[in-house]
Design a protein around this ligand. Structure first.
Ligand code: AHR
Length: 326
């Protein structure tokens, strides 16, 4: 009698555990469908003030939308991002979004996501994959335009002058979309004024420490720097320290142009230490969450969504600073 009851209980327990798997007992790890959207997000890292604000925007917006967010920090390494994407695929998340550290090398893992039926959204940075069906949409800034408006502003400052203007450039992370695009946009814009020349250009990896270190080397190698174009505020802020340590006045002895317009950058601009900033908004979270819902539901989305952005002079920074959110 006892044996019969025990056997019946064991069968019942087995059936219950198979039902909990939700996969008809095939032993796969299909999550239960509780109607909640699960988003896997792979972030570049925490290299800049911009990135910190971007992470906050994504985490807060996911919580506000009621999504389950699986967040992974790649610490600036593509291999970590590929691992994270594969882990999201294995966990059968509903949607994957990521901000690619660099532009190339994504086809294989994106194909794996596509084969698993998981839609992918590119956030902030692009990939150079020829197959555009590997992702649903790309939401983020127009980095080329940011370089162009920075270059155009500079050309205007030297209008009517023919003396040589020596520019040094602090590039973002080598191989990343913002570094490639901002470099190109700026170079194209200043090509209209042949006296404006980039005399040195090197990566500071989008960090303050990198910006400081490379600027120190620039200052040692070139006595006659007129302009610094930094691909983000953080590198510009690091460079400020190097310029001041070299006994020069940033914003006066060396004209400084940066990109992002985070609070610290805007403060430097308002204080007269920077001269011009092209904005790059990190507040992508709310729009990203809308897109996640749409692609999860199989709705059509625009293949490219460009963020609205502006530029700031010193006077404009003074006016905007009190309301700056990040
Ligand atoms: O991809 C956006 C860029 O990455 C930001 O301009 C920079 O600050 C960040 O690290």
């Amino acid at each position: 009698m006892y044996r019969k009851v025990a056997a019946a209980l064991a069968v019942g327990l087995l059936a219950a555990s198979m039902a909990a798997c939700g996969d008809g007992g095939k032993g796969t790890d299909t999550p239960k469908d509780d109607g909640k959207i699960t988003l896997g997000f792979s972030q570049v890292g925490a290299e800049s003030g911009w990135r910190t604000a971007n992470t906050k925007s994504i985490q807060e917006s996911a919580a506000a939308a009621g999504y389950e967010l699986k967040f992974s920090d790649a610490q600036g390494k593509q291999e970590n991002q590929i691992k994270a994407l594969r882990s999201f695929i294995a966990q059968k998340v509903d949607v994957i979004a990521f901000s690619p550290v660099v532009e190339s090398g994504w086809d294989t893992v994106l194909k794996e996501a596509k084969d698993a039926g998981i839609p992918v959204i590119l956030t902030d940075r692009a990939v150079d994959s020829a197959d555009k069906t590997l992702y649903k949409t790309f939401i983020g800034s127009d980095f080329v335009k940011e370089g162009v408006v920075s270059g155009e502003w500079l050309v205007k400052q030297y209008e009517g002058k023919t003396d040589p203007v020596n520019i040094v450039e602090l590039q973002g992370t080598t191989g990343s979309a913002p570094a490639n695009d901002r470099k190109k946009g700026f170079a194209d814009a200043i090509a209209k004024a042949p006296n404006l020349k980039i005399i040195a250009s090197q990566s500071g990896d989008f960090t303050r420490a990198g910006g400081k270190q490379v600027m120190e080397a620039f200052l040692k190698a070139h006595k006659d720097i007129d302009v610094l174009f930094a691909h983000n505020d953080d590198m510009g802020l690091g460079a400020l320290e190097a310029i001041e340590a070299a006994g020069k006045k940033p914003g006066t002895d060396i004209t400084i142009i940066t990109i992002d317009a985070v609070k610290d950058g805007m403060q430097a601009l308002a204080d007269g230490k920077f001269n011009f900033i092209a904005e790059c908004s990190p507040l992508l979270g709310p729009q990203l969450m809308d897109l996640v819902k749409k692609v999860k539901n199989g709705e059509a989305v625009e293949p490219r969504i460009v963020t609205n952005e502006t530029t700031f002079t010193q006077e404009q920074a003074k006016a905007a600073l009190p309301d700056r959110k990040y």
